[in-house]
Design a binder for this molecule. Structure first.
Ligand SMILES: [Zn+2]
Length: 147
């Protein structure tokens, strides 16, 4: 089974599709990069009002850390569009997998927060080789949004 098939089963986004999946060294570590692409002819969502708006421009790609697979770090990679909203002006589009400027996906934040109930935040960070700050933000996000 392909990783893409697994992702399409567990984490499918209406307006985005998975592209290539490949190895790349990130922070000195072999990681799986999962390209995400906006569906053709789709419009980005205004981050303020949630309306679909025309694209203003496209920003350089960013990595969003996903739940590790077999201990391998996994990142979604996407080039966010800036959209021009009639009411709210130009903003980076709202993405279904990450909140605002956050570089950790919601799925991984939920995962970390669940472990942080059983372990200390430091132990959780060590177990998944992430930072204490990432665990802190994950717990905060889950508490704030009840995810
Ligand atoms: Zn708007």
């Amino acid at each position: 089974m392909l990783v893409k098939t697994i992702l399409n089963n567990i984490e499918k986004f209406k307006s985005f599709v998975y592209g290539k999946i490949y190895w790349e060294r990130v922070g000195g570590e072999n990681s799986l990069i999962v390209d995400l692409l906006a569906r053709r002819n789709s419009r980005g969502e205004c981050a303020v009002c949630g309306k679909n708006c025309p694209t203003y421009d496209t920003q350089p790609s960013r990595n969003y850390e996903y739940v590790p697979l077999w201990g391998i770090k996994v990142y979604f990679r996407y080039s966010p569009r800036r959209v021009r909203c009639k009411n709210d002006g130009i903003h980076v589009e709202r993405l279904p997998w990450a909140e605002g400027k956050e570089r950790t996906t919601k799925s991984y934040q939920s995962f970390l927060a669940r472990w942080a109930k059983r372990l200390s935040w430091k132990e959780t960070a060590n177990a998944f080789r992430t930072s204490w700050e990432s665990v802190y933000r994950a717990v905060k996000w889950v508490v704030d949004y009840g995810a």
